[in-house]
Design a protein around this ligand. Structure first.
Ligand SMILES: Nc1ncnc2c1ncn2[C@@H]1O[C@H](COP(=O)(O)OP(=O)(O)OP(=O)(O)O)[C@@H](O)[C@H]1O
Ligand SMILES: [Mg+2]
Length: 414
């Protein structure tokens, strides 16, 4: 089910915004907008975020990420286009209706989360509920629960200055969680944290969300973070969404040079999964095949080992040449009864990194299966090394300034 849907969204800062949208639609470029002393911060953005999905928006500084996310909860009014939250067009709502919508449906966590210094951690976490007019006991109960979700049990009566930066950010997250909204908007929520704490927060968000199943729209300029957290990633450049896809799609098929420069330094072995590098097995036999058919396929493929699957592609076992020969001599009609179990098939979601040591010793193709034990394909050491070494297409005629800025942005995150 769709949670948030955006249709042809624009935000122009500066004079004559509506006229400039018309010109952009007619093909005007950013230079023309600048010449009119305006900024096209978001240009023709369209996407859907599904319930329970983590949708990451990434792009360089100034590419329009914050402007986009602020239009999703009505903090900014779009110049053109529509935003639907649970199928309701929020661009048509009054200020009051928007406030209610935010309180009931969307919470936001920012990069520099402002905690009130003279309020306790508990009061800070309960602030959103207090604004909503909730009763004292409800505020206390929900704020405590949210603080324990983010690992801050026992810190309720402390004050912000007694907390580390990472802990303060957790209070911010707890405040958003305490509001019990289905959607969380997170604008660079972890960017100010140092790398270890940042990773911890990412893990915590992943764990939390496995339990809570919230819809999360998460902004970052850190690609590794985007790839760890995002079910899908939208890449923004100069106000436009240039690509939306899974981490693997972005890594394997970058839409343009801008996206390619972002992904060139990514650790491919962490992102690519066994399923993405599995190749269709040439040595797959149906369980209803006769021993003669099995032997013929082995000769044709120059192998003495076949994988055997049922009609629904489910992996039943493997067949050796000796077993097929025996079945032939015993006059069996099919190979079902002489199969050996497959040793340790690999789950399709396994990251390549976890396969490296196995590949270094395994001489034969390894089967890859989904949760239903259906055969997705086989992987070989050669395929693994090819995938690791695959070069992202060189930025031909690309924007050199972008590439340099991207490098700088990612360097500052390591
Ligand atoms: N209130 C505003 N008035 C005028 N221009 C603005 C305003 N807010 C943002 N902009 C401009 O819109 C563009 C997009 O800004 P935005 O803050 O959305 O980018 P961002 O991708 O979030 O960047 P960062 O990674 O630095 O947070 C920038 O050129 C910015 O200067
Ligand atoms: Mg921003």
């Amino acid at each position: 089910m769709t949670s948030v849907r955006v249709e042809r969204l624009y935000k122009i800062f500066g004079p004559q915004p509506t006229e400039l949208v018309r010109r952009l639609e007619a093909g005007a470029d950013q230079e023309e907008i600048k010449a009119a002393s305006s900024t096209a911060a978001v240009v023709d953005a369209s996407f859907d975020v599904q319930e329970g999905e983590t949708f990451v928006v990434m792009g360089l500084s100034g590419s329009g990420k914050s402007t986009l996310i602020r239009m999703l909860n009505g903090l900014l009014t779009p110049t053109a286009g529509r935003v639907f939250v649970d199928d309701e067009d929020i661009t048509k709502m009054s200020a009051g209706a928007l406030r209610t919508m935010r309180q009931q449906k969307m919470s936001m966590v920012f990069q520099h989360f402002a905690l009130f210094p003279h309020r306790t951690v508990l009061d800070n976490a309960g602030y959103g509920l207090q604004i909503k007019g909730a009763g004292k006991s409800e505020i206390t109960e929900k704020a405590r629960e949210a603080l324990s979700l983010v690992g801050l049990e026992g810190w309720e009566e402390r004050y912000p200055q007694q907390l580390s930066g990472g802990m303060r950010q957790r209070v911010g997250l707890a405040r958003a969680l305490a509001a019990h909204t289905d959607v969380l908007l997170m604008d660079e929520a972890f960017s100010a944290l140092d790398p270890l704490i940042k990773r911890e927060m990412q893990d915590q968000l992943l764990n939390l969300n496995a339990k809570l199943g919230k819809t999360i729209i998460f902004i970052t300029h850190d690609l590794n973070e985007a790839m760890r957290l995002g079910d899908r990633i939208a890449m923004m450049r100069a106000g436009e969404i240039v690509q939306i896809g899974t981490a693997e799609q972005i890594l394997n098929e970058p839409a343009d040079d801008y996206v390619a420069s972002f992904v060139q330094d990514v650790d491919r072995s962490r992102v690519l999964s066994a399923a993405s590098i599995a190749e269709p097995p040439e040595t797959l036999l149906s369980a209803s095949a006769s021993p003669d058919e099995a032997l013929a396929l082995m000769r044709q493929q120059h192998t003495d080992r076949l994988f055997v699957a049922d009609g629904g592609q489910r992996l039943l076992g493997e067949l050796s040449a000796a077993a097929a020969e025996q079945a032939h001599q015993d006059g069996r009609s099919d190979v079902r009864s002489v199969l050996a179990p497959v040793t340790d098939p690999v789950a399709g979601t396994t990251p390549m990194k976890a396969l490296l040591s196995r590949m270094s010793t395994e001489a034969v193709p390894t089967p890859v299966v989904d949760e239903q034990q259906r055969l997705l394909g086989v992987i070989t050491p050669v395929a693994v090394f090819q995938a690791l070494c695959q070069e992202v297409p060189a930025a031909e005629g690309g924007d050199g300034a972008d590439a340099a800025a991207i490098k700088e942005a990612s360097a500052s995150d390591v």
